[in-house]
Write a protein that binds this ligand. Structure first.
Ligand code: COA
Length: 177
């Protein structure tokens, strides 16, 4: 079913108003009812969107951003992956898998970082693990309205080089994604 999937990488600033509407609708649809009480009030904007279209319609998407974060004593840039969503009518056909597979070399060569990083629900970990993502923490720090907040969430990284992930507390230093 993925054979007719067209994958496009587009800077968020270059998305047309029509496509942005579709992206926002899909986001709301996919994440409806999934907001937890201690979730952040705001999420970081993506620098890039990865869009998957079938017959021209956006049916699956994810956002990418580059951020310098702190892990333990080390400051390092990561490729953030967020807003992974497939339209409910198109789920379980390998579409998100295809986007995540396509995103990995892009994160490595275009964002020029050694790690992807995402946070996800407990039940989504096996999905990302199948694609090479590894859980490195059960919480992360982020900044919201100038306040430092702790988010309890599986934190997963995608190693894109031979570098070891630094041990220690993870601080995104800004809004999470
Ligand atoms: C999670 C999600 C993006 C998967 O998209 P998809 O295109 O169906 O993904 P694929 O077909 O490539 O892979 C399907 C796998 O996703 C995993 N998965 C994780 N969470 C899931 C969910 N809530 N519903 C369905 N599948 C889910 C399953 O392991 C499934 O594999 P299985 O069919 O062998 O059980 C999609 O279900 C979605 O949009 N969910 C709502 C938003 C969300 O939770 N996003 C993830 C944020 S971390």
């Amino acid at each position: 079913m993925t054979c007719s999937l067209q994958i496009e990488f587009i800077r968020s600033s270059q998305i047309s108003p029509d496509d942005q509407q579709t992206i926002d609708r899909l986001d709301h649809l996919a994440f409806a009812g999934k907001v937890a009480e201690d979730d952040p009030n705001e999420w970081a904007d993506s620098d890039w969107m990865v869009l998957g279209r079938i017959d021209g319609e956006i049916v699956t998407q994810l956002g990418l951003l580059k951020r310098k974060i702190r892990a333990g004593a080390v400051l390092l840039p990561v490729g953030g992956v967020g807003g992974v969503a497939t339209h409910p009518a198109w789920q379980r056909r390998g579409l998100s898998t295809a986007l995540l597979r396509a995103a990995a070399p892009f994160i490595q060569t275009e964002l020029k970082v050694s790690f992807g990083l995402l946070n996800c629900a407990n039940e989504s970990q096996p999905f990302y693990a199948r694609l090479g993502w590894k859980t490195v923490a059960a919480e992360l720090w982020f900044m919201e309205n100038k306040k430092r907040r702790l988010l309890q969430t599986p934190v997963m990284i995608l190693p894109l080089s031979t570098h070891e992930w630094p041990q220690g507390e993870i601080d995104l230093g800004g809004l999470p994604w």
